[in-house]
Design a protein around this ligand. Structure first.
Ligand code: BG6
Length: 491
C-alpha cells in the first residue's frame, strides 16, 4: 500500500519511549520499505540539541534496541537525513507559532503536503497543553491534508481524569484522528487472536460456556520498576497493566464475531465485553514485591523515588466473569506482576472434561487446553489426550506446538512498527476507542476504591509467584495457575 506523504512530529524526542521503541521501529519500517516515499521526522524536545546530535542519538538507539542488523555507511546516512530536531518547552505557548512555520518549511523541502502525525511521547500532564496549542495555532485543521494524534498511556488516572483528558483532546482532534496506543494490540499474537477464533472450525463452535471451563491470562515480568518510580507510584499494576493491556486482550478473546472486519465493528464488539465484565471484591488480590529471599534484589519500597511506606501494588490477580449468554459461568483468571520468576504473556483456554463414561470412567484425564503464547515465543499450543506408545493402554496428554517466531531468521516486527505504520495509513483498528477506555476505567476504578478501604498491602518476595492469596484464587474453585512457556514444561 502506498502511504500518503507526511511528517511525523515526535513530542518527547529525548525520552525513553522514543529512544527504546520509536527510533528502532522507524528504522525497521524504513528497511522494510514501509515508510512513505515523501517523509520526514521532526523530533521535539526541551533540551538544546542540533540535528547532528539528535542523529547520533538515533544511531545509538538503533544500535541498542533494533531487532535487525545494525546500520552503517551510506544507507544509514540516507535514513538519518529524514530527521531533524526542534527545541521547545511544551508549556511555552509562544513556541508553537514558530514550530508551525518550521513544519511548513519542512513540507516544502520534503513534499509532505501538510499531513502530520503528532506523536505525544510525553508525560501525561503535557497531553492537554500540547493539544490546546496545536488547536490554537490551527495546526490540527484537516483542510486538504490530514492531522492525526497518537497518545501514549496512561490515558488518565481514573475515569474522571480520563474524561477530562478526552474532552481536551477532542476539542482539537475528532475521534477518528485520535490514536490511543496500547502496544499489546500491536503484538503479533494479539492480532492473531481473532484469526485463531474466527478462521478455525475447530475452535469457533467451542468458544463458549458449553465447552470452555475457564480462561487464564497472565502477563508476568521479572523486572522491577526500572527507574520509573515516580510514574509507578501513581499507576501501580492495576492502572499500568490491567486497565489497558489485560482488558484489551480479554476483550479480543471474549468478543462476539464482528459484523465486518472494519475498525468500528470490531471495536463495537470489544466494548460490549467490557460493559459486561464483572468482578467481586473477594476475587481481587494485590501485592507488592519485597526483597528476594537471598536479599540480593531490593524491595519496591527501596527503589529510587519510591516512598518507603508505599502501598502501591506491583501485582494483581483477579477472577472476573462476563455476564452474557456466551460466557455466563466461565471464570476469567487474570494475573500480572513484577519481580516474578518468569517473563511471559500467555492466554490459556481450558476446555471442559468429557462426561464420566468410557475413558473418563476410571481415569482422571487431563482436559484439552489451548494456549495462545504472546511472549516470549509467539504461537499456539494444543494439549489433547492419546494412548501412550506401546502395549500400555494408558491415556496421556500429548501436544501440538506451533511457534510463529521460532524458525531461524524469523524476527517478528515489534509492536510499535505495526502501530506506527497503521497510524500513517489511517487504520485505527489496533488502537482503543474512547468508550473502550471509559469502560475499562469503570472496571478498574471500583477495585481501586475497594483498596482504599484496606490500605495495608501484602508483600511477596521478589522471585516468587506473588502473594499466597493469588494461588488461593483459582484453588478455591479447584483450579490452579498454569503456564506453558516453551522448553520449560508446564506449571
Ligand atoms: C508497559 C508498562 O505498558 O508494558 C510496563 O508500563 C511493562 O510497566 C510493559 O513493563 C510490559 O510490556 P511488554 O511488551 O514488555 O510485555
Amino acid at each position: 500500500m502506498r502511504l500518503d506523504p507526511c511528517i511525523l512530529v515526535i513530542f518527547g524526542a529525548t525520552g525513553d519511549l522514543t529512544h527504546r521503541k520509536l527510533y528502532p521501529a522507524l528504522y525497521n519500517l524504513w528497511l522494510d520499505k514501509l515508510l512513505p516515499e515523501r517523509f520526514a521526522v521532526v523530533s521535539i524536545g526541551r533540551r538544546e540539541k542540533n540535528d547532528d546530535e539528535v542523529r547520533q542519538d538515533i544511531v545509538r538507539s538503533i544500535q541498542q534496541f533494533s531487532r535487525t542488523a545494525k546500520p552503517s555507511g551510506d544507507r544509514l546516512d540516507q535514513f538519518l537525513a529524514m530527521f531533524s530536531y526542534y527545541q521547545l518547552d511544551f508549556n511555552d505557548t509562544a513556541g508553537y507559532g514558530p514550530l508551525k512555520e518550521y513544519l511548513e518549511e519542512k513540507d516544502q523541502i520534503h513534499g509532505t503536503l501538510g499531513n502530520r502525525v503528532y506523536f505525544l511521547a510525553v508525560a501525561p500532564e503535557y497531553f492537554s497543553p500540547i493539544a490546546k496549542e496545536l488547536h490554537d495555532q490551527g495546526m490540527a485543521e484537516q483542510r486538504g491534508s490530514w492531522q492525526r494524534v497518537v497518545i501514549e498511556k496512561p490515558f488518565g488516572q481514573n475515569l474522571p481524569t480520563a474524561i477530562q483528558l478526552n474532552n481536551d483532546v477532542r476539542a482539537t482532534f475528532g475521534e477518528e484522528n485520535i490514536y490511543r496506543i496500547d502496544h499489546y494490540l500491536g503484538k503479533e499474537m494479539a492480532q492473531n487472536i481473532m484469526i485463531i477464533r474466527f478462521a478455525n472450525t475447530l475452535f469457533e463452535p467451542l468458544w463458549n460456556n458449553r465447552y470452555i471451563d475457564h480462561i487464564q491470562l497472565s502477563l508476568t515480568e521479572t523486572v522491577g520498576v526500572e527507574g520509573r518510580g515516580p510514574y509507578y507510584e501513581q499507576a501501580g499494576a492495576l492502572r499500568d497493566m490491567v486497565q489497558n493491556h489485560m482488558l484489551q486482550l480479554l476483550s479480543l478473546i471474549a468478543m462476539e464475531p464482528p459484523v465486518t472486519l472494519d475498525t468500528e465493528s470490531i471495536r463495537d464488539e470489544k466494548v460490549k465485553v467490557l460493559r459486561s465484565l464483572k468482578v467481586k471484591r473477594e476475587d481481587v488480590v494485590r501485592g507488592q514485591y519485597g526483597r528476594s529471599e537471598s536479599g540480593e534484589i531490593r524491595a519496591y519500597r527501596e527503589e529510587d523515588r519510591v516512598s518507603p511506606e508505599s502501598q502501591v501494588e506491583t501485582f494483581v490477580a483477579l477472577k472476573a466473569t462476563i455476564d452474557n449468554f456466551r460466557w455466563a459461568g466461565v471464570p476469567f483468571y487474570l494475573r500480572t506482576g513484577k519481580r516474578l520468576p518468569r517473563k511471559y504473556s500467555e492466554i490459556v483456554i481450558q476446555f471442559k472434561k468429557l462426561p464420566g463414561v468410557l475413558y473418563f470412567k476410571d481415569n482422571d484425564l487431563d482436559p484439552n487446553i489451548l494456549v495462545i503464547r504472546v511472549h516470549p515465543d509467539e504461537g499456539v499450543y494444543l494439549q489433547f489426550n492419546a494412548k501412550q506408545l506401546g502395549t500400555s493402554s494408558l491415556i496421556v496428554p500429548v501436544s501440538m506446538d506451533f511457534c510463529h517466531n521460532c524458525a531461524d531468521g524469523l524476527n517478528s516486527p515489534e509492536a510499535y512498527e505495526r502501530l506506527l505504520y497503521d497510524v500513517m495509513r489511517g487504520d485505527s483498528t489496533l488502537f482503543t476507542r474512547w468508550d473502550e477506555v471509559e469502560h475499562s476505567w469503570r472496571f478498574v476504578d471500583q477495585i481501586a476504591e475497594w483498596w482504599q478501604e484496606q490500605p495495608e498491602i501484602p508483600i511477596y518476595p521478589s522471585g516468587s509467584w506473588g502473594p499466597k492469596e493469588s494461588d488461593e484464587l483459582p484453588e478455591k474453585d479447584g483450579r490452579r495457575w498454569l503456564y506453558f512457556v516453551r522448553n520449560e514444561g508446564t506449571r
